[in-house]
Write a protein that binds this ligand. Sequence first.
Ligand SMILES: *Cc1c(COP(=O)(O)O)cnc(C)c1O
Length: 219
Amino acid sequence: MRLIHSRIERACAANGRDARQISLLAVSKRQNAERMRALAEFGQLDFGENLLPEALSKQQTLADLALNWHFIGALQSNKTRSVANHFSWVHSVDRLRIAERLSAQRDPDLPALNVCVQVNISAESSKSGCAPDQCLALCKAVAELPNLKLRGLMTIPAPSDPPDPAPFQALHQLFAQCRAQGLPMDTVSAGMSADLEVAIAHGANLIRVGTALFGPRPT
Ligand SMILES: *Cc1c(COP(=O)(O)O)cnc(C)c1O
């Protein structure tokens, strides 16, 4: 935890950014509730999950804590109702049909569901995310839906060692285009354990970190 915060601070200092503007999402998939509770005691309240049954079970175990749950996994239509009502953020909206279902199924008495549109920035056929050239149209459509609040863009670049800045630059460029079109977005969700410095250097303001916070995921 302290190590991650110092990595964030160093990356910000190197790029003239303010570390207070970077949000840290702790990716707790496959980590148990007790390890999450330990992080929460240090003030980490935002957690990312990609498997619905596992997330719902840990939500029950940790119901005494005021946590913010983020869904970051692939979304099928048959899961939207549960995701819409048990999370405060969804980072993985990649098609309009899913966004429409989340909006229609979100309890209108809850605050709007925060959503990021996931972009397949490296154009890998195996990854989810909308095509970069469809991103603006999808964002405009999502912004019109009630019960959703369009917050920004998310991507998972193709793995590369050392990390490649190009996908992060491309995502930030798309984000700037959306903002120039008047979309009130504030979030660039990019950067993980291995590449958070490069992501921060190129405009990410929400980083999603698992392994570097919790250690290796149990298999
Ligand atoms: C697992 C996962 C992460 C975290 O990856 P680490 O390399 O463990 O930091 C971030 N984002 C998404 C969407 C993930 O599925």
